[in-house]
Write a protein that binds this ligand. Sequence first.
Ligand code: IPM
Ligand code: MN
Length: 350
Amino acid sequence: MYKIAVIGGDGTGPEVAAEGVKVLKAACAKREVKIEFTNFDFGGERYLRTGEVLPSTAVEDLKKFDAIYLGAIGHPDVAPGILEKGILLKLRFDLDQYINLRPVKLYPGVETPLANKGPEHIDYIVVRENTGDLYTGAGGFSMKGTPNEVAIQTSVYNRFQVDRCLRYAFNLARKRNKNKTLALCGKTNVLTFVYDLWERAFHEMGEKEFPDIKRDYYHVDATCMWMVKNPEWFDVIVTGNMFGDIITDLGAMTQGGMGVAAGGNINPEGVSMFEPIGGSAPKYTGLNKINPIAAIGAGMMMMEELGEKQVAVDIEKAMIDVMQKMKSMSAGQMGMTTTEVGDNIAKLCS
Ligand code: IPM
Ligand code: MN
């Protein structure tokens, strides 16, 4: 019996999470996999009502589950940073979900803005380190509010964090068995400390432990260029937290947009959390117009990570079928409602 914590969150988060749960229930029932969902009301509404971002027991409570399934965090009436730091980033950090796995995969029938590129060109996966970098909150102000105000925010990495992320990425390149290529995305020409550490660790580990995996290196700006011009070059990309955040939004657009892109915050030894990588899209709340594909894809990734490969394969097949019948991946232009997309996929995998 898999015990899943569901955090619908803000805006359209609960709507897309509901469709994901619907599909997961259907797909698991078909394969006689037992799964149980428990809802948590964490998010902007709860914060506005109670003044508390997360209850003090939240992290310990969530540790009792096999995985966490998240809709979206971000509320228009709450200042930027409060919910993101207090919920999403706190869970990533406190549950030590050190890998943020973000596949960039163009499915058949889905439109990409890249000219002359199809599903055979766009199929790679970004391993974004998820615990360090500019996200640690190291920094501060001095002389705040004066004309001499100073603000500092520092990228922080230690060798342990870099090594465990690289090892995961090398193993993934081996497991995918596609081009057997791992590309490090960095900025060694300017960030001569942090990405120097990454680059040394990358080659040392590759040489010693993964001689079968080809190693490429790209600066982050060039990575963006090649993701647009020659996405077929990529198999697995590994990078730090900040660059990973940025390049995966670019990647998401090339695979059909935020309505499609899913991700997993993974602690291979602990509790992982799966989410559509787009935001809470507040203007579409309650309209039954938002695309739940990314959330359903996150559910598929969750089953794969839990070891239920067959359930994941069933969900992916059903998603591909329904995506080909959808008019667009954009909210309100799908030719189906949110619930119809979920119903159609659920039917196909039950
Ligand atoms: C993401 C988001 C988050 C991040 C925000 C909401 C804190 O952009 O998951 O990519 O920067 O990691
Ligand atoms: Mn982001």
